[in-house]
Design a protein around this ligand. Structure first.
Ligand code: FAD
Ligand code: NAP
Length: 536
């Protein structure tokens, strides 16, 4: 009989992994964690680039399972900086006494299911082999950097840094240097203004312009903090009943379709002042309302940039608001008004190659001391695909996902029993507050495990039919979102050359998602195959 080393293995020590470790111990299960970083934090460990901060309000982008944590932790800003969020996650890990369970600097390489034993075997870069009953791959949605698909990357002789794995052990000194930044997604947008504060010259290489709206940044409202601390459990339950897993500052109460021109303009300005322009109307998600919101933001963006050509380039004309992940910044666009900051439009003059001295476009050669790659991630399915996962009958996850990821309720895959994938594809995921999601998904995962134990069952995995149903549901909701299927974005895999194109985010909303999960539990998991025979 195969020896079981522990009940649960958790891979990853970000929001989801930390909570999973705590939850396992609370449920009386033995557990081990593995993390390839040297500390906890996940996203907030790796993305330590200048300017990195959250854009969901910190008072919501936090755990609510532990009242002491809610009461003892003070955020310094509504949009906290990377270092503070990482400190928070260390604080929670210590408070919940889970750090001791994690083996750091260790990558999980392969995970193999034995149908006969009903167990997972996990192999690590530390040459350890661990056998467990349940495997939680809390490996994140945005943790696998995208390799830069630009010729000559390795020939650059200056310094090259990635926002997605910013060095922590040495200071990056950009003072007085000529710095090129490739990429203008959320990371580039946050990083460029900070780089411009110290660099001698900044050249921003933009392929696709993005929507940029003001942040929620500012001091915490003491009354709100008191309200959250009074009843964390109620906040937690309340967040799960929202569309995005957070409490927006404002949602317009009027329908776009029922307002005249003047009413629409008034609603847009009001929402803009509340810093929630995307929610200006009750029906903001409908195409006409979305078009008006998109146009309004374009105008606001255009008017803050002095140079007309640069303003034209920075405004996204080619996709509607929400087609790609919109960015937030109070200073990004204004940075281009500084004389030492220049925009290069790669749509007009593409990069031909990177050479030893810098970047060569079809029009010009740029000599640089530093290149910063803010080029994004192999998102959602990438971190799972980077592992070598084998399920029933030797089926490889990467073969099952050859045409794009499939799963049921965003957390389990047919043919891979007792394997759980929080934060992955086909959940509200990156379009929700992912701290709320981490708690909800980990709760659901451990509710499943408890249910199995209570019912004398050993394993479960979704049926192929449930998985197909969920794929169709994800597509059905995506079709309702303007630009979701027609815009190239990392939501649908278009950012990684050769990646199968599949819309990977469930857009039905957090509340509907939570209900669908818990309906399964209440009804005894009709969408799953449940098997007896608990492993020793
Ligand atoms: P992660 O935090 O990504 O943690 C996964 C961990 O798994 C990583 O530490 C990684 O090293 C580890 N890992 C992966 N594979 C292996 C392996 N094979 N072996 C060992 N370890 C492995 N979301 C929001 O809701 N609001 C925001 O404002 C927000 N801001 C963001 C800003 C940035 C710069 C980025 C990149 C993302 C942001 N996100 C935001 C999304 C963010 O990823 C999630 O909010 C959240 O941090 C995810 O937590 P997680 O635990 O699921 O995954
Ligand atoms: P991203 O949104 O995928 O942006 C990558 C950028 O690099 C894009 O502008 C992309 O252009 C460009 N790019 C990629 N490959 C290129 C190439 N070969 N040549 C030229 N340009 C290239 O990645 P990200 O900015 O790291 O953000 C990823 C996600 O992380 C965000 O969407 C968000 O969910 C999260 N995030 C959040 C925050 C926050 O404020 N809370 C901050 C950072 C990140 P194209 O668009 O043309 O592909």
């Amino acid at each position: 009989m195969t020896k079981v080393d522990c009940d649960v293995v958790v891979v990853g020590a970000g929001f989801a992994g930390i909570y999973a470790l705590w939850k396992a111990e609370q449920q009386g299960l033995s557990v081990r964690g593995f993390e390839r970083a040297s500390d906890v934090g996940g996203t907030w460990y790796w993305n330590a680039y200048p300017g990195a901060r959250c854009d969901v309000a910190s008072y919501n982008y936090a755990y609510f399972f532990n009242s002491d944590v809610v009461r003892e932790w003070d955020w310094s800003d509504v949009c906290s900086r990377q270092g503070e969020i990482q400190q928070y996650l260390s604080f929670v890990a210590e408070k919940c006494d889970v750090t001791r369970l994690i083996t750091f600097d260790t990558r999980v390489l392969t995970t193999t299911w034995s149908e006969e034993a009903g167990l997972w075997t996990v192999r690590t870069s530390g040459r350890e082999t661990v056998v467990c009953r349940y495997l939680v791959l809390a490996v994140g949605a945005l943790s696998e950097p995208k390799a830069p698909d630009i010729p000559g990357v390795d020939s650059f002789e200056g310094e090259a840094w990635f926002t997605s794995s910013w060095p922590r052990d040495s200071e990056v000194d950009l003072k007085g240097k000529r710095v090129g930044v490739i990429g203008t997604g959320s990371s580039g947008v946050q990083c460029v203004p900070e780089v411009a504060k110290v660099a001698r010259e900044v050249v921003v290489f933009q392929r696709t312009a993005n929507f940029v709206t003001p942040t929620l940044s500012g001091p915490m409202d003491p009354e709100l903090v008191e309200e959250l601390r009074a009843d964390p459990e109620a906040v937690r339950n309340g967040l799960r009943k929202t569309y995005g897993g957070n409490q927006p500052l404002y949602i317009g109460s009027d329908r776009f379709s029922e307002l005249d021109e003047e009413g629409r303009e008034k609603a847009l300005w009001h929402a803009w002042e509340q810093r929630e322009v995307a929610l200006a109307f009750w029906d903001s998600h409908l195409p006409d309302a979305n078009a008006a919101i998109s146009e309004f933001i374009r105008q606001r963006m255009h008017e803050v940039v002095n140079d007309p050509w640069t303003a034209d380039q920075l405004v996204p004309w080619d996709h509607p608001y929400g087609g790609k992940r919109p960015c937030k910044s109070d200073v990004y666009l204004q940075t281009f008004n500084q004389p030492h900051v220049r925009l290069v439009s790669l749509r007009e003059t593409p990069i031909e190659q990177i050479v030893s001295k810098g970047i060569v476009t079809s029009a010009e050669a740029f000599d640089l001391d530093v290149i910063i790659y803010a080029t994004g991630f192999d998102a959602l399915s990438g971190p799972v695909r980077a592992l070598n996962i084998t399920g029933i009958d030797g089926m490889a996850m990467n073969d099952q996902w050859a045409d794009g990821p499939v799963n049921y309720l965003g957390t389990m895959v047919h043919g891979f029993p007792n394997l759980f994938l929080p934060s992955s594809a086909m959940s509200p995921s990156v379009l929700s507050n992912m701290a709320t999601l981490a708690e909800q998904q980990i709760d659901f995962i451990f509710d499943k495990i408890r249910w199995l134990d209570e019912h004398g069952q050993a394993r479960l995995h979704p049926t192929a039919e449930s998985q197909e149903f969920w794929r169709d549901e994800t597509l059905r909701y995506a079709k309702r979102v303007p630009g979701a299927l027609t815009t190239d974005s990392w939501y649908n895999g278009a950012n990684v050359p050769g990646k199968p194109r599949r819309y990977m985010v469930y857009r039905g909303g957090f509340s509907r998602y939570n209900d669908a999960c818990y309906r399964e539990l209440e009804e005894g998991f009709p969408g799953y195959e449940v098997l007896p025979g608990r492993a020793a």
